[in-house]
Design a protein around this ligand. Structure first.
Ligand SMILES: *Cc1c(COP(=O)(O)O)cnc(C)c1O
Length: 357
């Protein structure tokens, strides 16, 4: 279409995981927290007044900023809310990279990164994880990449593995552009990169309420960064990116740390159990610091990544599979509740016992 910019017309766009409407499906494909959000979130939504809806909301989500700042032990001006973490990714790229500039990211990682670079008309620089068996590592020399933006997700998606914070510190120190550390899954990890952002002004951390706080439907994420950087990013956001209802709900959610932490502990316990059961069946996977596992399908039985994905789908269990280099022999499984994981384990056992020869 001639009226559409050529970079947009040429792009395929982002392909999200399947979102079935209702039905009796076990959804282990898009890394949602399997537990309900804090009851205080629902109370906060019910308490929203007509007057709050009549008026424009706080443009900076002030109540949330204060609550998140308290949780992270930083000033409120170190927090900037977004309409989902994905909006922060888009804003970071638009703020730092022009049309002739490069956006660098790792592969395999979040498949939205190349899409956002394409929409911005920027060049893409694709760096490859070093993968040896189930060991994933950031390649040597990433910090030397010539790019305006470098996107690193840690813990990584889709592998779940964690790169050492010390490595991110080195990259932040050497890399010349804006380093985005995407910590969408950090609530399930033993460490985070807060110290990196405190030391370096060219770094922004992405956090989301979608995974750890069970609020994917709400669309609320935030940046942690030095105030001088966040002031620039704020200019690129929508005029009122976080609505009054979402701000009230997200504020209640992040304020109820005890509740959220309990769900993280339950997910981590199930992560260990599920990974043990999968390994007994012959799957192998990187150690996960996230709420999902990237499991390589056992060879020899005639089973493929696609085969496992389709077999589970036919049983009403959705997991994720990509027809992409280096990961097509793997499936990504979100850690569910004990009952959901039991169903998956039983169906996988049955499937692997089926003779395909
Ligand atoms: C979920 C996710 C995000 C942010 O998601 P939002 O729902 O937009 O907050 C960012 N990066 C990765 C890798 C994710 O998986």
């Amino acid at each position: 279409m001639a009226i559409i910019r050529s970079n947009v017309a040429a792009a395929a766009g982002y392909v999200p995981g399947e979102q079935p409407m209702g039905g009796d499906v076990i959804k282990l494909n898009t890394n949602e927290n399997p537990y309900s959000p804090s009851p205080r979130v629902m109370e906060a939504i019910r308490a929203v007044t007509a007057e709050q809806l009549r008026r424009y909301p706080s443009p900076s989500g002030e109540a949330f900023r204060k609550a998140a700042a308290g949780v992270h032990g930083v000033g409120a001006d170190w927090i900037l809310p977004f309409n989902g973490g994905d909006e922060l990714l888009s804003v970071a790229i638009r703020a730092a990279a022009g049309e002739t500039d490069a956006v660098a990211f790792l592969e395999p990682s979040y498949s939205l990164y190349p899409v956002l670079a394409e929409m911005n008309g920027s060049r893409k620089v694709v760096l490859s994880y070093e993968i040896e068996g189930v060991e994933w590592r950031l390649p040597r020399g990433v910090e030397e990449v010539k790019a305006s933006v470098l996107l690193v997700v840690n813990p990584n998606a889709p592998s779940g593995h964690l790169d050492p914070v010390g490595r991110l510190m080195e990259i932040a120190e050497r890399f010349k552009g804006l380093l985005v550390i995407d910590e969408a899954y950090v609530d399930f990890a033993p460490v985070n990169a807060l110290e990196v952002v405190k030391r370096f002004s060219n770094v922004v951390i992405l956090r989301t309420m979608s995974k750890g706080y069970s609020l994917a439907g709400l669309r609320f994420g935030y940046a942690i960064g030095q105030p001088t950087l966040l002031r620039e990013l704020a200019k690129v956001r929508d005029s009122y990116p976080v609505d009054a209802v979402a701000t009230a709900a997200a504020t209640a959610g992040i304020s109820d740390q005890a509740y959220a932490r309990e769900t993280w502990e339950k997910v981590k316990r199930e992560r260990a159990r599920l990974s043990g059961e999968l390994q007994k069946m012959g799957f192998v996977m990187p150690e996960s610091a996230s709420n999902f596992l990237l499991a390589t399908v056992p060879g020899g039985g005639g089973m493929t990544g696609r085969g496992v994905y389709e077999a589970m789908k036919s049983k009403g269990i959705l997991i994720r599979w990509w027809d992409l280099p280096r990961i097509s022999d793997k499936v990504r499984i979100t850690v569910g509740t004990p009952e959901q994981n039991d169903r998956l384990i039983a169906e996988l056992r049955r499937e692997l016992a089926t003779d395909r020869h």
